[in-house]
Design a protein around this ligand. Structure first.
Ligand code: CP
Length: 356
């Protein structure tokens, strides 16, 4: 049976893409003092791991992202004449489309490869040779590949920057940048001297989930604003963390605690980050699916929920209409973070710095 379109089914409100508007990015913009020379350090470099980002560089990137978010119409095609090679060999809704949206909206053009079997890799061509060809065809590469080594092997032959958009279970650095940007937009005052540190819960498996691994690495640079980071997992520490991972976070100053229950932790958490899947080779691996959040969960008043998405049953849609929902703002903000990063990596920073 074909459904008949009713007035309700064909109307929408164009003014509600982001319930938080531009007040939050404007506040963040005011809080971070501009030091644009930090952004020059991103030129002529690949982005492979979240461990590459210093706190100072991150803050300047977030400042530029907030500038884009406050004034999306003001920037006059800084990437005009530049060509992006967008290579996604795993499913993606957000990362691929937000990178491509960011690049297009900055005035650049795109070549897209959605399946590695349509390239010479299917004939046995090496990553190095494919990368050598990419040098001739584009100005930047964004790669998602379930083979964790592919991005490293391509980087060795590239003379244009490559961005790791997810390499197997290892890293997803630009997702983590979007996550931290969201936290700082939610509470820009965390960056001021009299800030009260927050408690963050991360529901997931740092050893198996690339988003969690990259996020924890970035958060380790903000240990001064994090009173405690609680990793909530159904696994013991020795299988939840990779060798040396927990020790590295602690050495960086993070106060990390492992917990195996969610509801008992929720009333004390200011930020709850949840994820339940890892993409391993060509399949979904579901982890910790006993942990679920819905609008009846004992969340602290004012707490926010983040999720890298795509969601499963761990994040109930009943939360979508509550003030705890910052996961949609997180996905939206990723476009502005990626705009900022792409502008810097392609040496077009000077085209946006003077725009206020
Ligand atoms: N967050 C994220 O990586 O989403 P996609 O898999 O849709 O890109």
């Amino acid at each position: 049976m074909v459904n008949m379109a009713t007035e309700d089914s064909v109307t929408f409100d164009p003014d509600l893409p982001d319930v938080y508007g531009d007040a939050q990015p404007k506040q963040l913009l005011r809080t971070i003092i501009e030091e644009h020379e930090q952004l020059q350090t991103l030129a002529n470099r690949h982005v492979i791991s979240s461990g590459q980002f210093s706190r100072d560089v991150m803050l300047q990137l977030f400042r530029l992202a907030a500038k884009f978010e406050c004034n999306p119409e003001r920037f006059n095609s800084p990437l005009a004449g530049k060509l992006l090679i967008s290579a996604f060999y795993e499913p993606s809704t957000r990362t691929r489309l937000s990178f491509e949206s960011a690049w297009h909206r900055l005035g650049g053009d795109i070549m897209s490869i959605a399946d590695r079997s349509t390239t010479g890799i299917a004939k046995g061509e090496s990553y190095a040779d494919v990368a050598e060809m990419f040098n001739n065809y584009g100005d930047c590469v964004v790669l998602r590949d379930s083979d964790p080594e592919a991005v490293y092997q391509m980087a060795r032959s590239l003379r244009i920057p490559i961005i790791n958009a997810g390499n197997g279970i290892m890293e997803h650095p630009t997702q983590a940048l979007a996550d931290v940007y969201t936290i700082l937009k939610w509470r820009p005052e965390l960056l001021t001297d009299d800030a009260k540190p927050i408690r963050i819960g991360v529901v997931g498996v740092p050893k198996r989930m690339r988003t969690v691994r990259s996020l924890l690495t970035l958060l380790s640079q903000f240990s001064d604003i994090i009173e405690e980071l609680v990793v909530i997992s159904d696994r013991p520490a020795k299988t939840a963390f990779a060798d040396g991972q927990l020790e590295a976070l602690e050495e960086a100053g993070l106060n990390v605690r492992l917990s195996n229950e969610l509801d008992g932790e929720l009333p004390e958490l200011d930020v709850v980050y949840i994820n339940a899947i890892a993409w391993v080779k060509n399949a979904r691996e579901v982890m910790g699916n006993a942990f679920r959040l819905d609008d009846q969960s004992p969340l602290k008043e004012g707490a926010i929920i983040l999720h890298p998405l795509a969601r499963g049953p761990e994040l109930d849609v009943s939360l979508d209409t509550t003030p705890h929902n910052w996961y949609f703002a997180q996905a939206r903000g990723a476009v502005f973070v990626r705009k900022a990063l792409l502008t810097c990596m392609t040496q077009r920073t000077e085209r946006v710095m003077d725009v206020v």
